[in-house]
Design a protein around this ligand. Sequence first.
Ligand code: NOJ
Length: 531
Amino acid sequence: MSNLKFWQDAIVYQIYPRSFMDSNNDGIGDIPGIISKLDYLKELGVDIIWLSPVYDSPNDDNGYDIRDYKAIHKDFGTMEDMDKLILEAKKRGIRIIMDLVINHTSDEHPWFIESKNPDSPYRNYYYWRDKPNNWTSFFSGSAWTKENDAYYLHLFSKKQPDLNFHNPKVLDEVKDIMHFWLKKGIAGFRCDVINVIFKNTLDDGKKRLVLTGLEHYHSTEGCHRVLKTLRKEVMDHYEAFTVGETVLVTTKQANELILPEREELDMVFGFEHMETDQINNKWFKTKFKPKKFMRTISRWQKEVYWNANYLENHDQPRSVSRFGDDKMYHKESAKMLALLNLTLKGTPYIYEGQEIGMTNAYFKSIDEYEDLESKRIYALGKKLLFPKWYRLKMLRNASRDNARQPMQWTKTGGFTLSTPWLKENPNKQDINVFDSRKDPDSILNFYKKLIKIRKNDDILKKGSFNDLYISNAIFIYERVYDGERYMIVLNMSKKIKRYPFEVYGDLVISNYPDRANVLRSYEGLMIKVSK
Ligand code: NOJ
């Protein structure tokens, strides 16, 4: 691999707009707020921003339920603000990608409202049937809701009806939306749950503990066809890329979506490494098992053509709370995870707040949660007679609100001057951007250092990946390019460990100030191995 595409040579930073920066003090983050922080992102070394949805929406699922694909939600500002954001980012050499949510619209989208009339030309934009099948939704419960005399399909909430990609008109609408945004100068899309958009049949599914029906819509040929069309008729006309959110994909299925000759997507977010601490579904967590986690990452590194490397996003708990130790070894473990995130082969994605080591929310009461998925699972748990303490524990470990607390800019928060839409974490006192910038030893400054190294380094950007040791919570891998070699050594535990073999070379970066002959708690280092 000699010449990298711009998206292969980039650091991507995900912004969850509601929680990033509130400029007008209504408690909700907004686009002018993002503009005011572009210099911060530039200083960090960000090349591309992935913006979670800012479209007009009734906000049942915080913007993943779109009412108008060509309008900005009033909470976030105006189309002028959005144009300004694209322009101001461009001035700083930063590109923007947007979320493309096309599996479903909002039930308040005019197409859906029209489709309620059986004689409307929009009827066939969605799946309306006389009887529901046995499919279950990603948010638990049936995937069908009755409206008048018919049922409509929704793989997510009942306010997110699924679009029918058997109808060529739906595809035309999607092409039009994509052209609209790409013409404005955005650099591509993160494609929401893109591998479930095409339903082969609406037959009953095999009964499963979760997601009954999955075999009828997961990674279908129809989905590949849709993606090929969008690539050829839209994406190929711009300097832009796509990253797919692809639930439950194997490495083989990932490659079938991203290999260049397939001409579909450019990269995908896999979930397998995020599933290594759960049983069956995310609400039932096991203890974090470093070996399983590292093996999974390593397999994706070796088998997938080009990876989108991430440890956090707006749907996942905070990585330092999940894979590290956010109490005793907050700094060490957050930095060790930074090393992992930024030294793998592929495009690194950083989620807002990860760069300062923001932690899980640790809410104590259900009233503190805002996320609809969390509320639904809490209610379902109650029906199933799960004790209250257990339901709260499920949320504390896995709720999406863990990642959605307002960005911690200063000791007092700095996100808003009024009441934030979701409670701030009291640890903003100690974990915030203001203090992190001043402390040379901070997580933030470690990220900056590492990003700088990566930017000027062909070994990290282009080198091959080989794992050398995965055991006993130690992960050692090498990156090799043009005869030069880095070795990355990570201790993913608080226990002090012996090196499994001797490691020689020059230290490039480490999360401890010096080098010892043992691996200390959550130690991570990168060594340049002499030829
Ligand atoms: C995946 C998104 O990341 C998540 O936040 C959303 O709830 C679902 N897709 C439905 O759009």
